[in-house]
Design a protein around this ligand. Structure first.
Ligand code: SF4
Length: 396
């Protein structure tokens, strides 16, 4: 289970002021001394991540963040980093220092949670130092809270139970293809094995799609583009062909019109965020000026299989079909601009390494700033003249 990719894990962020005991709580919940704990304020500098199985909820990642009341130049940077974690947080635990409850910071932060649409719970630490009157005063200022003491380890089990009951109310990440096809359907996955393919393995989106098919009783067959035609003749009935977007042009010529066709990137775009916004984003291509500014954004920094598509193929298509004056910028990993309106269009990768929360935050940011955003698969489908066909399976 520890092999579950981070993107598929539910992200639980622990926020609060310095010295509230966030790292101690983090260690108490996960039952290990991962985060460094000390009496010195601001011990946690960069966010600490810990993936674990939260039984019976499932795979999660806990994020221990730096104090939100940190000061000075470095402190401001640490606060900035903690706040950046919000875009990846599916659920937040706000930890109050019971010995120094800061209701103003709590109110500011809960406003931020609401802005990002993050469900949260409030936990008060150092309960061993509080009498009943002090607890009552905290309740009247902070509302529904859970008291714990990470010092003497009281009520951690109750906190875990409460956390579990809150988490189970939260909607699960949508499936990849299992809700689009009935049980027993047949899907052919086209995986070109060219110089871009990593040696000895297939990449995460391909693995995840195969697993999704298995989970839903969908028969999946994996072929290279060079064997696709023969495979389609041999198989009695094929409901869907899913190809690497790079092969859209060639594959669309092989797959007969009565068989639906899409790409890994498009299926992931639907799983990771509002696909309708990304489809609308394709409209930007029709109106781009020759000196337009485009950002190509990839969510991971290490996967070479997309180097060609993001760094070469899509830029070449843009320069050929729109203008060679178009200014193209690249961003990788978590470096997504806070002001995407510096661009006329964002073209995003399939985001298989991101959780839905992070990708949807990017889409929302673009929508708020009225910037078009689309994705690799949709852009390539558009340039190959098969946009409508490639999204037919999505039943929009
Ligand atoms: S670049 Fe994007 S789609 Fe490709 S592997 Fe990384 S996260 Fe997944």
């Amino acid at each position: 289970m520890n092999k579950t990719p981070h993107a598929n894990r539910f992200h639980i962020g622990i926020y609060g002021n310095r010295n509230a005991g966030k790292s101690s709580l983090f260690n108490a919940i996960i039952g290990q001394d991962i985060a460094v704990v000390s009496e010195v304020e601001g011990t946690t500098t960069d966010p600490v991540f810990k993936a674990m199985e939260l039984i019976p909820f499932g795979p999660v990642v806990f994020i221990d963040t730096a104090g939100l009341d940190d000061e000075g130049l470095l402190g401001d940077l640490r606060v900035e980093k903690s706040k950046k974690m919000l875009s990846r947080t599916d659920f937040a635990i706000y930890l109050v220092d019971g010995a120094a409850p800061d209701v103003q910071e709590y109110k500011a932060m809960t406003g931020t949670f609401k802005k990002y649409g993050i469900p949260f719970m409030c936990v008060v630490n150092k309960a061993d130092l509080l009498n009943e009157i002090q607890k009552q005063a905290i309740r009247s200022n902070f509302g529904d809270v859970t008291f714990v003491s990470t010092q003497v380890m009281t009520d951690i089990h109750e906190l875990n139970q409460k956390l579990m009951s809150q988490l189970t109310k939260i909607e699960e990440e949508p499936v990849i293809v299992g809700d689009l096809l009935p049980y027993g359907s047949t899907v052919v996955l086209v995986v070109p094995i060219d110089s871009e393919a990593p040696k000895g393995r297939i990449i995460l989106p391909q693995v995840q799609l195969i697993r999704d098919c298995l989970d839903h009783g969908i028969k999946s067959y994996v072929v290279r583009d060079t064997e696709l035609e023969v495979a389609l003749k041999e198989l009695p009935k094929v409901d869907l062909v899913v190809t690497d977007s790079q092969a859209f042009g060639a594959v669309s010529k092989i797959v007969p019109e009565h068989i639906k066709l899409t790409s890994f990137s498009i299926l992931f775009a639907r799983q990771k965020g509002d696909i309708k916004s990304l489809i609308e984003g394709v409209d930007a291509f029709k109106a781009l000026k020759p000196n337009a500014k485009i950002l190509i954004s990839e969510s991971c920094t290490h996967n070479h299989s997309h180097e060609d598509i993001g760094r070469v193929k899509i830029p070449n298509l843009i320069r050929n079909k729109i203008s060679d004056q178009v200014e193209i910028t690249f961003s990788m990993g978590h470096d997504f601009p806070e002001n995407p309106n510096a661009f006329d269009l964002i073209i995003h990768c399939g985001a298989c390494m991101m959780n839905r929360k992070s990708m949807q935050t990017r889409i929302d940011l673009c929508e708020n700033q009225k910037v078009y955003i689309t994705n690799y698969g949709l852009a390539l489908a558009y340039f190959n003249g098969i946009l409508e066909r490639s999204v037919e399976i999505l039943n929009l």
